[in-house]
Design a protein around this ligand. Structure first.
Ligand SMILES: [Zn+2]
Ligand SMILES: [Zn+2]
Ligand SMILES: [Zn+2]
Length: 157
């Protein structure tokens, strides 16, 4: 179940009101699962966690709902290169801090990091500023991920 912190309804309720989608038990359950997730979940992972308590919610519904949530900007969809999309709540999850990804293409480990290096922050600042100016686009968020070989896999060679 989604955690309620006493400050009123969970944050995504307002988003639903704003874009014409209804909050259904299934949608709420899926968001609840993503909220307490400690790793990036595939649609199958979400299904395995949602289905026992919500037998009416099948895998097709999970896929469709995740797409809706992605389109609503509530959920990020990632491709880590193993052919299975992974999903993560944009904000409010257990690992809610804005982070970037280091993806190991050998063991498929995904490192969420929040300790950005100074050069990275500078680069993003100037890039976002430049893009906003050039395209008249108001940038509100970004997804950054780097692919490579993690330190464990490097030692294994
Ligand atoms: Zn960032
Ligand atoms: Zn690795
Ligand atoms: Zn992540």
């Amino acid at each position: 179940m989604p955690r309620r912190d006493g400050a009123g309804p969970v944050w995504w309720h307002g988003r639903f009101r704003g874009c014409g989608y209804r909050i259904t038990a299934g949608r709420e359950a899926i968001l609840g699962v993503l909220m307490i997730a400690e790793k990036h979940l595939s649609a199958e992972d979400v299904y395995n966690k949602v289905h026992p308590a919500n037998p009416a919610v099948g895998l097709t519904t999970i896929y469709r709902t995740l797409e809706i949530l992605v389109n609503m900007g509530l959920v990020f969809k990632f491709d880590f290169g193993d052919g299975r999309a992974r999903y993560e709540l944009v904000e409010g999850s257990k690992k809610s801090h804005h982070h970037h990804h280091l993806v190991c293409t050998k063991c498929m480990r995904i490192i969420d990091y929040t300790e950005f290096i100074n050069e990275e922050i500078e680069l993003l600042k100037t890039t976002e500023k430049g893009l906003s100016k050039k395209y008249g686009f108001d940038i509100t968020s970004h997804i950054i991920q780097f692919y490579g070989i993690c330190s464990v896999c490097q030692k294994g060679n």
